[in-house]
Write a protein that binds this ligand. Structure first.
Ligand code: NAD
Ligand code: DAU
Length: 338
């Protein structure tokens, strides 16, 4: 099988590329990535010389390039991760989110149609469903109405609608997965868990938005990769599958306490800061459809996976210390005024 992976130099994309090439060494994989601030070729050093792997630096909004790649590389399956992915950056400046997440997805869909792609798998997020209240027992499922509340979430929701429209209107064989918050190796240190780990290791404070009692449904990135694998191999076209983790509800502040505990530091490194505008209170995902239909379930216990993740950041300080310079520091100052 020949795959075109978009955004394969980012956090989840690079974990997926490494996972796929190891599990399916006979497949050909082309990784198209623009290498924005979030893309990092270092993540893929171990496969650079693999003859079945090819890296192409480019933009998913470039219609000529994506058409040529799908044609010349005889692509069967597109796995579309490329996106602007950080909610806080979408609040500071929505424009690249509109371009990449909406126009980029449209550009890929058009090329997929022209090139008779056998499967277009679109990676989306549980953020399209909006926010649950803390005392709600409700979980998001495949029938939950869309209610995006940040520019990032709205751009992902728009992309999902386009993907569905290409299935309904043109019979493009698509699948969509909406998953919850991932964590694990190669996670860019602007997101809560890697930001907390690296700030603690640097002896800095960890900024907690508002009261810190926000809840996410944490999923270890390797479990996300196995879910996408199951959908590509066994999923029904036209269908959406929700993917979530194994966490009992846990607040942001408790996650940071767990990380402090693993590293052996105390709570003096926690700092409460101004809340995120429009901050979604809680996400919770019902993943029973993918479990019943495709036999998938998350395998990693949250505490064990968090420990593995902290250990990875302790061992790979060179990786994140290189990132936490230049553009990152400008962003950090703008976002946190620190
Ligand atoms: P990321 O920000 O770490 O990586 C995004 C990658 O896309 C980068 O390598 C970047 O260079 C590339 N990219 C950005 N714009 C591009 C463009 N115009 N053309 C080509 N490449 C471009 O993101 P991530 O956290 O790995 O998320 C991957 C996907 O999963 C996204 O679609 C995101 O919406 C979705 N998602 C992420 C999470 C999460 O917890 N991280 C949860 C649910 C869904
Ligand atoms: O739910 C899936 C989504 O998860 C993905 O679609 C997004 O791409 C991904 O970035 C993530 O979005 P979140 O906004 O939930 O992740 P983030 O790590 O930015 O924040 C997690 C929680 O931690 C959220 O409640 C905000 C809070 N937070 C975050 C940062 C960066 C803080 O309290 N302080 C911080 O400095």
């Amino acid at each position: 099988m020949n795959l075109l992976v978009t955004g394969g130099a980012g956090f989840i994309g690079s974990n997926f590329v490494l996972y796929w090439l190891k599990k399916y060494p006979e497949d050909m994989l082309v990784n198209l990535d623009k290498l924005t601030y979030a893309g990092n070729p270092e993540n893929l050093k171990s496969v650079e010389n693999n003859p079945n792997y090819k890296f192409v630096k480019g933009d998913i909004c470039d219609a000529k390039l994506v058409n040529k790649l799908m044609k010349d590389e005889s692509i069967d399956v597109v796995v579309h991760f490329a996106a602007e992915s950080h909610v806080d950056r979408s609040i500071l400046d929505p424009s690249p989110f509109i371009k990449t997440n909406i126009v980029g997805t449209y550009t890929l869909l058009e090329a997929a149609l022209k090139n008779k792609i056998k499967r277009f798998h679109h990676i989306s997020t549980d953020e399209v469903f909006g926010s649950l209240s803390l005392d709600s027992k409700e979980k998001f499922n495949e029938k939950t109405p869309y209610n995006p509340r940040s520019p990032y979430a709205a751009s992902k929701a728009s992309a999902d609608h386009l993907v569905r429209a290409y299935y309904q209107t043109y019979n493009l064989p698509v699948t969509i997965s909406n998953c919850s918050n991932n964590f694990g190796p190669y996670h860019f240190p602007e997101k809560l868990i890697p930001l907390a780990i690296t700030n603690i290791l640097e002896g800095k404070k960890v900024p907690i938005y508002g009261d810190g009692l926000y809840v996410r449904d944490w999923l270890f990135v390797e479990d996300h990769c196995t879910a996408i694998d199951a959908i590509i191999h066994k999923g029904r076209t036209g269908e959406t599958y929700l993917i979530g983790g194994m966490t009992e509800e846990i607040s942001n502040i408790d996650i940071v306490r767990k990380i402090l505990n693993i590293i052996g530091k105390d709570e003096s490194q926690i700092e409460f800061v101004k809340d995120r505008p429009g901050h979604d209170r809680k996400y919770s995902v019902d993943w029973s459809k993918i479990n019943k239909e495709l036999g998938w379930h998350p395998k990693h216990d949250f505490d064990e996976a968090l420990k593995l993740t902290v250990e990875w950041y302790v061992k790979n300080q060179e990786w994140w210390k290189k990132i936490k310079t230049g553009e990152y520091l400008n962003y950090y100052k703008r976002q946190y005024n620190r």
